[in-house]
Design a protein around this ligand. Structure first.
Ligand SMILES: CC(=O)N[C@H]1[C@@H](OP(=O)(O)OP(=O)(O)OC[C@H]2O[C@@H](n3ccc(=O)[nH]c3=O)[C@H](O)[C@@H]2O)O[C@H](CO)[C@@H](O)[C@@H]1O
Length: 354
């Protein structure tokens, strides 16, 4: 009988794609998914993995008036996950952190089942910091994260990327966008849901870039009311694009947020990057994700509140005219990539869940 693994990954592309990449490495396992209603997992989790939906409350680390209420909500979620685990006779749980990780880890451990957590950010999220000590193993996407978990014996695996990123460039489907082969292509990516503030500054900068011969693929997300306000033959705004590996390989430069998924994929495809970290990210973790590439010379980081359209406009034009600088940045990005991350993580899962 196949080993049964429950994957608890929910909410954003950054949480879902590494888990999907791991699942793809475990074809001999019987995998089911744990998520919440109305989040991205209902669209992104491949159809072959049955999806169990539970309600999960935000977890507050600080003690306070909300604590008792939160504890009772977590207890309810733990109860629901225990039922899923027992009814499905699962032998292990894998999670990519976030709110769903708390009940998943607690339920698994209370039943004596191994729980493996993967943290993709350079600063671990609060659920990871709080619940790591309950886990059977904790894997990290970026090495610097280990210093925030001093009492945990962590394993550095890198963050798995979808299998499309592991295909040889030549085998990837071509871009279905009419962009000339020799055009300088900038791609703008604001994470799996887009980033309205990034969209706005890009639209302000774009006219000067078009004049300089730049083409732009702009992944805008679904929440930007002004998305139709810029139209130009060299401009392709798209709410979400699936064929990311082909797009990133084709790009000459990326501009965007520094969610762990984006940073990892840009390293994998050796792309020079300009990051504008999401200022409201918990503990400023996107800034530290961006620093992983910036410290090696692969990326330039701007704080959103200090960035003007003039500065961004100039920076891109400078890079456009400095192929040697772009090459140096690309070479630096390659050093951060962990191409066999999914295999490393799958090996860990195979050792602990069988
Ligand atoms: C706003 C927020 O809280 N973001 C968090 C969320 O990231 P979020 O999911 O928003 O962003 P990430 O950069 O981690 O991942 C984005 C993923 O979506 C994919 N993509 C994006 C656009 C598109 O059109 N098509 C597509 O496939 C990218 O290729 C990438 O795989 O989880 C990450 C991992 O914990 C965190 O680092 C981020 O801080």
């Amino acid at each position: 009988m196949a080993t049964k693994l429950l994957i608890a990954a929910s909410g954003t592309g950054g949480h879902l794609f590494p888990a999907i990449a791991l699942a793809e490495q475990l074809p001999d396992y019987e995998i089911e998914w744990l998520g919440v209603p109305d989040r991205l997992e209902t669209q992104l989790v491949p159809a072959q993995y049955p999806l169990h939906k539970i309600s999960v409350a935000g977890f507050q680390e600080r003690l306070g008036l909300n604590t008792l209420r939160n504890l009772s909500k977590i207890a309810t979620s733990v109860f629901q996950v225990r039922q899923v685990l027992q009814q499905g006779a699962f032998q292990g749980v894998f999670t990519t952190g976030g709110y769903i990780a708390a009940p998943a880890v607690l339920a698994a451990r209370s039943l004596g089942i191994p729980a493996i957590l993967h943290e993709s950010n350079a600063i671990p999220g609060k659920v990871t910091r709080f619940f790591s000590s309950f886990c059977t193993a904790v894997a990290l996407g970026f090495e610097p994260a280990a210093q925030y978990l001093p009492r945990i014996n962590t394993i550095y695996t890198g963050t798995p990327v979808r299998s499309q990123f592991l295909s040889a460039k030549k085998q990837l489907p071509p871009l279905d966008l009419p962009i000339p082969d020799d055009a300088f292509l900038v791609i703008v990516v604001g994470g799996s849901q887009g980033a309205v503030a990034v969209n706005q500054i890009i639209r302000q900068c774009a006219p000067a870039w078009f004049d300089a011969g730049v083409w732009i693929v702009h992944l805008t997300g679904n929440n930007d009311p002004d998305v139709a306000s810029l139209q130009h033959p060299q401009y392709f705004p798209l709410p979400f694009y699936d064929n990311m590996a082909s797009l990133l390989h084709r790009a000459n430069l990326a501009i965007g947020r520094s969610g762990a998924g984006t940073v990892t994929e840009l390293a994998m495809t050796c792309k020079p990057a300009i990051f504008i970290p999401f200022p409201a990210a918990a503990e400023d973790h996107q800034f530290y994700n961006a620093q992983v590439l910036a410290a090696s010379g692969a990326a330039i980081v701007f704080r959103q509140k200090e960035l003007t359209p003039e500065v961004l406009q100039r920076q891109v034009l400078e890079l456009l005219h400095s192929p040697s600088e772009l090459q140096k940045m690309a070479a630096a990005a390659e050093k951060i990539a962990v191409p066999d991350s999914a295999e490393r993580l799958a090996k860990l899962v195979r050792e602990l869940v069988h």
